[in-house]
Ligand binder design. Structure first.
Ligand SMILES: *Cc1c(COP(=O)(O)O)cnc(C)c1O
Length: 382
């Protein structure tokens, strides 16, 4: 009954979303803070003042949202935790400043960056070329490769968990395929500098797409947005789900040349003309107009991350020093799965992957101070 295509589907397994018990959720890299009050108010106002708009189709091109996203990037440089806050306004730290203006026609938005990534795969990765992927990166990439019938060519990580950039490049050249990785990467939490990505781009073929997924960049990475001035094949994916406290809103976006944006729009218009509903457009728009709030949230997460890493060090745990809102860590003698179970027994969920090479570790999302204090207490018991 099923198509041959179906046999290639190996669906992504997300972090648990338990309904039975109130756990402290540190397993899906969600933000522990609610969206800003301005977002909440904008949604209430919209429903109260424009109920008819829910009966009509939304703007298929989310033009207002794209203008607000571009504006937020210009103000923050795409690294919220480093931006300087002055009342309601924010200014990018000098090292993050974008040396040109991001314009709305450089933005494409979709129903979560997962959907955006799916369209990117469709538009830019051919099924007759093996796609080069790092051994450990966002685990949705191999899922999409399966979905689109693309074989993968997996490059092992370096010993320190960083990407083997030389090997990625040489295999992409050999396979004549594009590249995709997360920066900072998951689940390692470490990233390449902008200078390192620039070196890669200089060596990569300008005729093939080069995708950098910046889902976690706002927590201390170096954004590659400034490199768009130099490289027309660069495509950056970002999301509202982590640093913009909006995983439930399902909003993700691309920053790239207008030409690349047009290709992805063509995919969208061939599949789902209206991927972002009217409420998500209103919420996303309001969020981008209140960057100061999200800068504060990102700064708090970074502060908790640093404190948590000091704690792990004190306790003799092994961890990868993170630039994101999660930490990959292992107990010196207790197995990863047992660490996960012991922490769960204390009412806290972290993520354990039953994958060779990473099974000793757990990935812990950084929560509020209260949540992290509870986690530290649970860890003390192990
Ligand atoms: C969380 C995550 C995404 C998915 O984000 P959504 O916008 O919620 O679909 C994409 N890429 C990476 C690397 C992520 O960690």
């Amino acid at each position: 009954m099923i198509s041959n295509r179906m046999k290639n589907l190996h669906p992504y397994v997300p972090g648990e979303q338990p309904k039975d018990r109130q756990y402290i959720k540190l397993n899906a890299n969600e933000n522990p803070y609610a969206p800003s009050e301005k977002v909440q108010q904008a949604l209430l106002d919209f429903i109260k003042n424009n109920p008819m708009k829910l009966a009509l189709y939304p703007d298929p091109d989310s033009l207002e949202l794209h203008a607000s996203i571009a504006d937020m990037l210009n103000k923050t440089g795409g690294v919220l935790c480093n931006a300087h806050i002055d009342g309601e306004s924010v200014e990018a730290d000098e090292k993050d400043r974008i040396p040109f203006t991001v314009t709305p026609d450089m933005i494409y938005s979709g129903n979560g960056s997962d959907e955006v990534l799916s369209f990117v795969f469709y538009a830019f990765f051919d099924s007759d070329k093996r796609l080069v992927l790092p051994e450990f990166t966002y685990s949705f990439y191999p899922v999409y490769a399966g979905f689109y019938n693309i074989d993968t060519d997996i490059v092992p990580m370096k010993k320190d968990w960083s990407l083997d950039t030389e090997e990625l490049l040489s295999r992409a050249e050999k396979n004549k395929s594009g590249l995709i990785f997360a920066n900072p990467n998951a689940p390692s939490g470490i990233g390449l500098s902008r200078a390192q990505v620039r070196e890669m781009l200089k060596k990569a073929s300008p005729d093939r797409i080069f995708v950098v997924d910046e889902a976690y960049c706002d927590f201390g990475g170096e954004s590659c947005i400034p490199l768009l001035a130099e490289f027309k094949n660069l495509l950056i994916v970002r999301t509202f789900s982590k640093s913009l406290c909006g995983a439930g809103m399902r909003l993700g976006y691309v920053v790239a040349s207008p030409e690349i944006v047009n290709y992805i729009t063509t995919v969208k218009n061939s599949l789902n003309h209206f991927p972002i509903d009217a409420l998500a457009q209103v919420a996303g728009n309001a969020a981008c107009k209140n960057p100061a709030y999200y800068c504060q949230c990102a700064k708090k997460v970074v502060e908790e991350r640093e404190s948590f890493q000091s704690f792990l060090k004190e306790k003799g745990w092994d961890f990868v020093s993170s630039k994101t809102n999660f930490v990959l860590a292992r107990h010196p003698s207790v197995k990863g799965e047992d660490v996960y179970k012991k922490i769960k027994a204390e009412g806290i969920l972290v993520r354990h992957f039953n994958t060779k090479g990473i099974e000793d570790y757990v990935r812990i999302t950084i929560g509020t101070k209260e949540q992290m204090d509870a986690l530290k207490a649970a860890i003390e018991k192990i």
